[in-house]
Ligand binder design. Structure first.
Ligand code: NAD
Length: 434
């Protein structure tokens, strides 16, 4: 099928590439000419494992195209919107990108087209998009909601083998086209649920908010474990094996970040407010997460005092999670800012996200080229992201390099007895120190 994707960021590029991989002819559009030029010359603007190879093979096979010019996409049977919906000043989802693109797309429609919204949007957006398009075209069309559930770092796997595909539409014609687009996936066992657009739009917010609540619940349990001498690792085993609970999203840490959870929880709470509903759980989860982001800095000042001048901390991990270079709302940044404001010097290392952090923090911190280099001359080590290379790092090397032989681990990547054996003072989240 001939398809187009408007917005070639994380979601758009992965969507376009994976749809090309299963045989569709896909044109990805973006207003960022720098991004499109990079893609045309074989460079991938984001770090996402496996994406580079897939983009290259599909581009070379002539199934994947990149353009900044909407006029050149021809008449695809369906057009996906994968546009940003960042929070506006009030915490609501800013729909201006989606609405502007809808108006632009309306002007090029000639034959029946399905407009598919993959962006995370407030309930009722499909209708808004429908109204804008209707007032700018005479061509027949349907607007469909099709939220995306991929995880950065596993985006290809998630798109190619989705737990489920959610489609929001009441149009039989659009439904048929959606089934055809996703046939290569459903043939392989993926479930496709068709529902009304409001339920589909709500499904995405409900999924992210639930996961944020699950993580935050475990963070609170971990904090209490510390006070009571319990071990959150054991508690995780004890509850995660209960199939009603499930073992995923139970890792205690320094709070959730990223481009989705913080903004989606905030947006759903705003939607509730606008509908005179007091969504108490969501309000609390935001407070819990804000508090959790300070946990590691609090542990550090408890050891070193509030004046950290003359102290140097190695920080391992800047991305909001491993296997991505995304630093949006990353807890690491908040911790670094807090320590810098107390006078500390920061030597940071991340396998992929350094350039992105340099763009916003400039030379206020030192950037190291390797994990070991960050340790050299540091008083203590802080772990903010659980990259595989940190998990596999030899604790004896940390003990040799770090002056105070102290580690503050915000992601519980090390085994406390192994750290004690290496002669390290080890502070983690919700676990006894030894
Ligand atoms: P992104 O910022 O990485 O990409 C958006 C792209 O859209 C950018 O490249 C931007 O230049 C482009 N753009 C903006 N206006 C445009 C226009 N008028 N025409 C063409 N291109 C335009 O965003 P993202 O992370 O891909 O997120 C997109 C949506 O998907 C958001 O609503 C997000 O909440 C949702 N989502 C994201 C993820 C994720 O893990 N990133 C997962 C699921 C859902």
């Amino acid at each position: 099928m001939k398809l187009a994707v408007i917005g070639t960021g994380y979601v758009g590029l992965v969507t376009g590439t994976c749809l090309a991989e299963v045989g569709h002819d896909v044109t990805c559009v973006d207003i960022d000419s720098n991004k499109i030029n990079k893609l045309k010359s074989g460079q991938i603007p984001i770090y996402e494992p496996g994406l580079d190879k897939l983009v290259k093979s599909n581009y070379e096979a002539g199934r994947l195209h990149f353009t900044t010019d909407l006029e050149t996409i021809g008449q695809p049977q369906a057009i996906f919107f994968a546009l940003p919906t960042p929070p506006n000043g009030d915490g609501e989802a800013d729909l201006s990108f989606v609405l502007k693109a809808s108006k632009d797309v309306a002007k090029i429609l000639k034959t029946y087209t399905v407009l598919i919204n993959k962006s995370t949007v407030p309930i009722g957006t499909a209708q808004k998009v429908h109204d804008i398009i209707k007032s700018n075209t005479k061509a027949p069309f349907d607007v469909v909601s099709n939220p995306e559930f991929l995880r950065e770092g596993f985006a290809i796997e998630d798109f190619m083998k989705p737990d489920r595909i959610v489609v929001g539409t009441t149009s039989a014609k659009a439904s048929k086209i959606m089934a055809k687009i996703y046939e290569p996936f459903t043939k392989n066992g993926a479930q496709l649920f068709v529902m009304d657009t409001a339920s589909s739009e709500m499904t995405k917010y409900a999924a992210n908010s639930f996961l944020a609540i699950k993580l935050s619940f475990m963070n609170e349990v971990a904090n209490l474990c510390e006070l009571l001498g319990a071990n959150v690792d054991q508690v995780k085993k004890g509850i995660g094996t209960d199939t009603r609970i499930g073992s995923k999203f139970l890792n205690a840490g320094i709070g959730y970040g990223g481009s989705c959870f913080p903004k989606d929880v905030m947006a759903l709470e705003k939607i509730a407010q606008h509908n005179n509903y007091d969504f108490k759980l969501l309000k609390t989860v935001m407070q819990v997460n804000d508090r959790q982001k300070h946990i590691l800095a609090n542990k550090i000042t408890a050891v070193y005092g509030k004046d950290l001048s003359g102290k140097t901390f190695a920080v391992w991990g800047l991305a909001f999670k491993p296997d991505t270079d995304d630093i949006r709302e990353a807890p690491s940044l908040e911790i670094i800012r807090e320590l810098v404001s107390c006078g500390a010097v920061i030597k940071a290392y991340d396998p992929e996200a350094t350039a992105n952090v340099h763009r916003i923090m400039g030379d206020t911190i030192i950037y190291s080229l390797t994990a070991k280099e960050a340790l050299e001359g540091a008083d203590a080590l802080l772990v903010a992201t659980e990259w595989e290379e940190f998990i596999n790092f030899d604790p004896k090397v940390i003990a040799k390099e770090v002056r105070d032989k102290t580690v503050f681990d915000g992601r519980n990547i090390f085994d406390p007895p192994a750290m004690a054996k290496a002669g390290l003072k080890y502070h983690s989240i919700g676990r006894p120190q030894k």
